[in-house]
Every structure is written in C-alpha cells, then in structure tokens.
Design a protein around this ligand. Structure first.
Ligand SMILES: NC(=O)c1ccc[n+]([C@@H]2O[C@H](COP(=O)([O-])OP(=O)(O)OC[C@H]3O[C@@H](n4cnc5c(N)ncnc54)[C@H](O)[C@@H]3O)[C@@H](O)[C@H]2O)c1
Length: 333
C-alpha cells in the first residue's frame, strides 16, 4: 500500500475506518492533489468511490492506482453544470482553483466551483456534505494562532478575493442549507497542504512545489517580498485523515474545523529547509511581494484535537523528504 494512504489509515480509529465500508462516496475534484489521495484512502476503506472532475488541474496520473478498479468510477464533468446522481451517503466537495497565480489570472472561473458548483452538490446529494474550505477565509488574520471563531480580515476588492470570497460564500451557503433545510454539512478550513502529487510541472505551481522543482534543477528559489511571511504547512496524509474524521463524526453537522499544522515557518525558512534536504546549492533570490499576501498563517487546532481526536502526525522535515523523494522518482517515470 502507498505510504500516504498507509499514514492516513493509521491515523483513523477502528470506528472511523468502519464508517466508510460499503458507503457510496462522491469526491468532487477527486482527480486533484488532495482529492485523489482522499479517493484512494476511501477506496482502501472499502467505500464505493465516484470522482467527479473536469480535469482542469486534476490528472489521470493522480488516479492511476484507482482507474479500472471495482468500486471506482470517474465522471469527467464540470460541477457547475453536472448532473449529480442520487444515492450518495457522503460527498466531499473539493473542486476549486487554489493556486494563487491561476486564480489571479482567471478570477471569474475561480469563483464558480465553490458557489454554483457547491450549490449543485448541496441540492443533489442526499447524504452528508463535507466542504473543503480554506484558511483563506481568515484573510490577513489579526489573531494568531487563529481559532474558528475569528471572522477574518478580507478585502472583497483585492486580488485574492476570488478565492477567499468564494470560500466564504461556500461556507455561508452550506450553513444556509443546514439552517433552512436541515442539511448535514461540515466545513474543513484547510491550511497550506503539500505532498506528492502537488501540481507537478504546473506553471501555476504553489510554493512547496516551486521550491522543490527549482532546487532539484539547480535554479534560484524565488521568494516574494522579504520572505518573513509565515505559513503552516501540512502534509497531505494529515489533511486527508482530518477530512475522513470530519466525514465520520457523529455530532459535527453545521460546524467548521481548522485543519492544519501548528508548525509555523517563514517562507525563507522553508526555502532553506528545501535546499538542505535536497542538498542543492541554488541561491535564494527576492522578487516583488504579492499584493494582499497574508503576513502570518497559523491555526488554533484545539477544536479538531478535542472533537475529532485529530493531530498532525508528520513533521515538516519528514513530509518534505517524502515529497522530494516523490519528485525525484517522478522524473524516472
Ligand atoms: N492544497 C492546499 O494547500 C489547500 C489549502 C486550503 C484549501 N484547499 C482546498 O482543497 C481542495 C483541493 O485542493 P487541491 O490542492 O487538491 O487542488 P487541485 O487543483 O489539485 O484540485 C482541485 C480539483 O478540482 C478540479 N476542478 C476545478 N474546477 C472544477 C469544476 N468546475 N468542476 C469539476 N472539477 C473541478 C480540478 O481539475 C482538480 O482536480 C480545494 O477546494 C482547495 O480550495 C487546498
């Protein structure tokens, strides 16, 4: 069994593992980075898994361990227009455009999956819905570590707003269905997640991928601004484990949970760590800051710890090593 899936399964209790057995589960955005690992873990838990994906950033390669297997189906469709069949026990909605360079270039398309797309999921799926929201709902947070009760500091006119505001709208829409129709919804506020399959070779690659690919190629690592802005990088097995715990939770309807590492690092520290772990002598160079880039990002995860029995299990050093090994191996097919 794959290392990431193994780590996910080890993080679940016997009850959580048993919850998914025989269930019909829809993963919207299932050919993407987090969605494909989630689908693989669900399949290993003996669920029947349907991935719905328009393959805009998702790939068949991400699904190579699932395509052609029993209890797995891929529907290629756009969630903003797709017909969704009945009978799903659980749906995870993770279709979005999370890479900053991409959503700043195509802000209109970026706003649709978590608004129109999520609406279709909430209207069609009979079972519970787990919405993959983001730490971006907090914007440039003034409370660090940030608890779920913090309401955010977001500029609706700023360049990050297509992503931030569509996540905020998605949360509000999910809560509207919960209050007006009694829909069982749960919200995961995911912090920066990285690991194998994170946008390889993409011109819009996110920071961990960019640093690893450039370090391995001996090219300069570009740091926006002074590099003292922080993030809390979470290894993908920890994020997927939390999503599965949230989906299996008995009394979590109508609530949001922070999912992220509390190991806060500056972007400069991340760059230095990637250089050390790859053994690269690439230089670090500074490029202009990104407009609206949040200064600090660190979750308060006490709610997920207490209510879901979840905690991050993979350190940044270990997770980066697994990711670097995957990028090295990918070149050899
Ligand atoms: N990776 C992170 O650091 C992070 C952090 C916070 C939140 N999230 C959220 O987690 C989810 C998964 O993110 P990811 O990092 O795996 O990104 P990703 O780009 O790898 O995955 C998104 C998937 O959604 C698909 N998709 C996009 N628009 C679609 C549409 N209209 N219809 C159907 N499919 C569509 C893409 O093809 C892709 O497979 C997203 O909702 C994202 O906002 C991710």
């Amino acid at each position: 069994m794959n290392n990431v899936v193994k780590l996910v399964l080890e993080s679940l209790s016997p009850e959580e593992r048993g919850f998914y057995k025989g269930k019909r589960v829809l993963v919207v955005g299932g050919a993407g980075f987090i969605g494909s690992w989630l689908s693989e873990a669900l399949h290993a838990l003996e669920a029947s898994v349907t991935c719905l994906d328009n393959m805009s950033t998702g790939s068949y390669r991400n699904l190579e361990n699932l395509l052609g297997k029993e209890r797995f189906e891929l529907i290629e469709a756009d969630i903003t227009r797709a017909e969704i069949g009945k009978g799903y026990d659980v749906a995870f909605h993770g279709a979005a455009m999370p890479a900053p360079d991409m959503y700043m270039e195509r802000p209109i398309e970026a706003m649709l999956p978590d608004s129109l797309g999520l609406l279709r999921v909430l209207e069609s799926v009979e079972g519970r819905v787990v919405f993959m929201s983001s730490s971006e709902v907090y914007g440039d947070a003034e409370v660090i570590p940030t608890p779920e009760s913090y309401h955010g500091k977001v500029d609706p006119l700023g360049p990050r707003s297509p992503y931030e505001e569509s996540k905020r709208f998605g949360e509000a829409l999910a809560m509207a269905f919960y209050r007006q129709r009694g829909k069982d919804v749960r919200i995961a506020r995911i912090f920066n997640t990285y690991g194998p399959r994170l946008d390889p070779g993409s011109p819009y690659a996110r920071v961990v991928t960019r640093f690893i690919e450039r370090a391995l190629a001996g090219k300069p690592l570009e740091v926006h601004g002074d590099g003292l802005q922080t993030r809390s990088f979470t290894f993908v097995s920890d994020t997927v484990g939390a999503l599965l715990k949230l989906g299996a939770c008995d009394n979590c309807a109508g609530e949001a949970f922070n999912i992220g590492s509390e190991e806060e690092v500056t972007i400069l520290e991340l760059a230095a760590l990637v250089l050390e772990l790859t053994g690269s002598s690439s230089p670090i160079v500074h490029v202009p800051p990104r407009q609206g880039d949040p200064r600090r990002r660190r979750p308060d995860t006490s709610k997920a710890r207490e209510r879901l029995g979840w905690k991050p299990r993979v350190s940044l050093g270990e997770g980066l090593m697994m990711t670097i090994e995957w990028y090295r191996g990918r070149g050899r097919g």
